[in-house]
Design a protein around this ligand. Structure first.
Ligand code: NAD
Ligand code: SER
Length: 303
C-alpha cells in the first residue's frame, strides 16, 4: 500500500509568515501540492474566510488535503483594537479548521505566540509556567494551545517570538517596530519607534521561524510531549536601542526617537527572553540568526 501524498492547505497565506511558508512548502512538496488561501483576494491565492466552516470542509475534501497550516489570525495590536473580532477569527476560526481536520484526518499546524505569557511570567520564560496573558490576542493563543492537546488530532504549534522579515510587511503586531525600523532607516534615515529604547523582547528571523515550522512538522508524533501545542523557541533577544545600534553599523547617520504608545503595555507584559530546552531536546531545535546577522540580512535584502 503506497503512502498518501502530502496535500497542504494554508490559511492566511498572504501574511508575513504565509508569504514565505508557502514558498518553502512548495519547494519541499511541489507547486501543485500546496493550496494557498486568504480572506484577501490575490493572484495565485484562493479566497477563503476561516469563519466559513462549510467552505473549509469543502476545500479540504475536494483537494484531498492531508496537512493544514493555519495562519489566519489577528495579531496583538489589531486584536486589542477589536477584541470581539480577534476572538472570533482566532478562536472560532481555529475551531472551524480543527473540525475540518478532524473530519478528514488532517494534521494541523497552528501557531502560538510569546503573547501567551503575562506579567507574572519570569522574564526568562520557561516552557511550563502560569499563562495569564494581558491581551485578548494572548488569551486566544492559550485557547489554541489547549485545543491542540484536547481535540484528538495531530495538532502542533510554536510560540513564535516577534518575527523579522523583508518579503512581506508585518501584520499588526506589537513587534512590528523591529520590521518597520529597517524600511524607515533605508528610506528616511529616521524612525519613530513606538516602544521605549530599553524594551527587550524575544525575536527571530523568518528563515529560522520557517525552518522551525518544517522541523516541528517533520518530527515523529511520538517524540512530542505535552508542549506540542506551543513549544517555546528562541531566536535571539535584544532591546530596541540595541537594534538601532546594530543598524548603525550599516547606516551610521540613522536616528531613532522613542515615542511609546499603547503597544508599550503589551510589550511590557511579555518576557524578555525564552527558555527553549524542551524544543531542543524533543525535536532538535537550534536557531541560526543572532541580532547582527538578522540586521545584515535585512539591510542587504531591502537595499
Ligand atoms: P499576518 O497578519 O501577516 O497574516 C495573517 C493573514 O490572515 C493575513 O493575510 C490576513 O488577510 C489573513 N486573515 C485575517 N482574517 C482572516 C480570515 N477571517 N480568514 C482567512 N484569512 C484571514 O500574520 P502573520 O504574522 O503571518 O501570523 C500568522 C500566525 O502566526 C498568526 O496566528 C499569528 O498570531 C502567529 N504569530 C505571528 C508572529 C509574528 O511576529 N509575525 C509572532 C507570533 C505568532
Ligand atoms: N509578533 C506578534 C505580535 O506582536 C506576537 O505574537 O502580535
Amino acid at each position: 500500500m503506497g503512502t498518501v501524498p502530502t496535500r497542504i492547505l494554508v490559511t492566511g497565506a498572504l501574511g508575513q509568515i504565509g508569504t514565505e511558508l508557502v514558498e518553502s512548502l512548495r519547494d519541499k512538496y511541489g507547486e501543485e501540492s500546496v493550496v494557498s488561501t486568504d480572506v484577501r483576494e490575490s493572484e495565485n491565492c484562493m479566497q477563503l474566510d476561516v469563519m466559513d466552516a462549510k467552505r473549509i470542509e469543502d476545500l479540504v475534501q475536494s483537494k484531498g488535503i492531508t496537512d493544514i497550516y493555519h495562519l489566519a489570525a489577528l495579531l496583538s495590536a489589531t486584536g486589542e483594537k477589536n477584541p470581539d473580532l480577534c476572538w472570533r477569527i482566532n478562536v472560532d476560526g481555529l475551531v472551524n479548521v480543527i473540525s475540518a481536520a478532524k473530519k478528514y484526518g488532517c494534521r494541523l499546524f497552528s501557531p502560538s505566540s510569546i503573547a501567551v505569557f503575562g506579567p507574572d511570567c519570569p522574564k526568562h520564560a520557561p516552557q511550563v509556567t502560569g499563562l495569564s496573558p494581558a491581551t485578548v490576542y494572548g488569551k486566544t493563543k492559550v485557547v489554541g494551545e489547549h485545543l491542540a492537546m484536547t481535540s484528538g488530532i495531530d495538532m502542533r504549534g510554536l510560540r513564535y517570538p516577534g518575527l523579522i522579515s523583508w518579503k512581506a510587511p508585518a501584520g499588526g503586531g506589537t513587534t512590528d517596530y523591529a520590521v518597520e525600523i529597517f524600511h524607515a532607516a533605508l528610506s528616511d534615515g529616521h524612525y519613530d519607534c513606538f516602544v521605549r529604547e530599553n524594551t527587550r523582547l524575544p525575536m527571530m528571523y523568518m528563515d529560522d521561524a520557517i525552518r522551525a515550522t518544517l522541523e516541528l512538522m517533520e518530527a515523529p508524533f511520538d517524540s512530542l510531549g505535552t508542549a506540542r501545542g506551543g513549544y517555546n523557541i528562541t531566536g535571539c533577544s535584544f532591546t530596541a536601542g540595541e537594534l538601532v545600534d546594530s543598524i548603525r553599523r550599516h547606516i551610521p547617520d540613522f536616528t531613532c526617537s522613542f515615542k511609546p504608545d499603547v503597544r508599550q503595555n503589551y510589550a511590557d507584559s511579555w518576557p524578555d527572553s525564552i527558555e527553549d530546552d524542551v524544543a531542543r531536546n524533543e525535536w532538535g531545535w537550534m536557531p541560526k540568526f543572532d541580532l547582527d546577522k538578522i540586521v545584515d540580512e535585512m539591510v542587504e535584502n531591502l537595499q
